[in-house]
Design a protein around this ligand. Structure first.
Ligand SMILES: Nc1ncnc2c1ncn2[C@@H]1O[C@H](COP(=O)(O)OP(=O)(O)O)[C@@H](O)[C@H]1O
Ligand SMILES: [Mg+2]
Length: 282
């Protein structure tokens, strides 16, 4: 396990004591000095964070630490009071198709079938006919809803609705998928199934994925990197590289060890206390 400070380039020390830059993948999203206020309330204070192309990054922290504010700032839904967000080197000006969002509450149109929900974004782009049908069939298949294409959201279970929401977001072909506690409203068994399915989809689609959760085990099971956040005001304290090999097991020693280590970071309240560890810089 390695840790880096938000936004910084990782470096490795060579035998001769010289510092040599590691190869860092290209940056998909760069957050620089992000500050968000709601009236007098400081929800995010000076957040710096880089998300790499194809990265599965979890924003992990307790309720109220600014996870949704940060995700919404990346989506372009929240205007920062200071700082900025870049996507592929360009500062964002608002929401755009390159960033797709999946919310905790299934944001499907209740008056449209699964198929029509999935087709909604591509149809707005002017796609029609056989091509539109092809897109909805492909994404229905990808999320395992091929038998439910003609159902309405109220005819689906919670898990199926969230699969449909993922398919709808992917059908827009975003470069970056933003997910705000997407499995938070699901029962534990369905949640685990969808976690595994999302990983499979991510391996096929290779999108950059930014996933909000307050579950340590979810973050450790899913993410390449975990941005650890704390409240009052919302900050990213550390970014931990999760090097546990995939496919992962929730019952492996290394899974438990990483969960325990992160839990201790939260229990100590000030994550900087772990800075004595050679693996963690504060
Ligand atoms: N629209 C808003 N108006 C006022 N305060 C808000 C608003 N949205 C969020 N907040 C506050 O900002 C802080 C961070 O909220 P949020 O980003 O939703 O955190 P999280 O997703 O980690 O729970 C919280 O204290 C929350 O009460
Ligand atoms: Mg939230």
């Amino acid at each position: 396990m390695q840790a880096e400070t938000g936004g910084g380039q990782m470096q490795a020390e060579t035998g001769g004591g010289q510092m040599q830059a590691e190869t860092v993948p290209s940056t998909a999203v760069r957050i620089v000095g992000a500050e968000a206020r709601y009236g007098k309330h400081l929800a995010l204070a000076k957040v710096d964070l880089d998300v790499y192309e194809g990265d599965f990054l979890c924003l992990l922290g307790p309720s109220g630490c600014g996870k949704t504010s940060l995700l919404n700032a990346i989506a372009g839904f929240v205007q920062l009071t200071s700082g900025y967000v870049e996507v592929k080197g360009e500062e964002i000006a608002g929401p755009a198709r390159d960033r797709g969002m999946v919310f905790q509450e299934y944001a499907l149109f209740p008056w449209l079938t699964v198929e029509k929900n999935i087709q909604y974004g591509p149809r707005l782009k002017g796609i029609c006919g056989a091509q539109l049908k092809e897109i909805s069939s492909r994404y229905c298949r990808l999320v395992g809803l091929e038998g439910s294409a003609n159902k309405y959201p109220n005819q689906l279970s919670g898990g199926m609705r969230q699969r449909a929401a993922i398919a709808r977001a992917l059908a827009n072909q975003p470069d970056i998928l933003l997910m705000d506690e997407p499995f938070g409203a699901l029962d534990a068994m369905t949640r685990q199934t969808l976690q595994e399915e999302l990983l499979k989809i991510w391996e096929i689609e290779r999108k950059t994925l930014i996933f909000v959760t307050h579950s340590i085990t979810e973050a450790v099971f899913m993410a390449d990197r975990i941005a650890i956040m704390s409240p009052h005001p919302g900050r990213v304290n550390h970014v931990i590289s999760n090097t546990i090999k995939r496919p992962r097991s929730r019952t492996s020693e290394e899974h438990f060890a990483m969960c325990r280590m992160i839990e201790m970071m939260f229990q100590k309240g000030a994550i900087g206390q772990l800075s004595t560890s050679p693996e963690v810089k504060s």
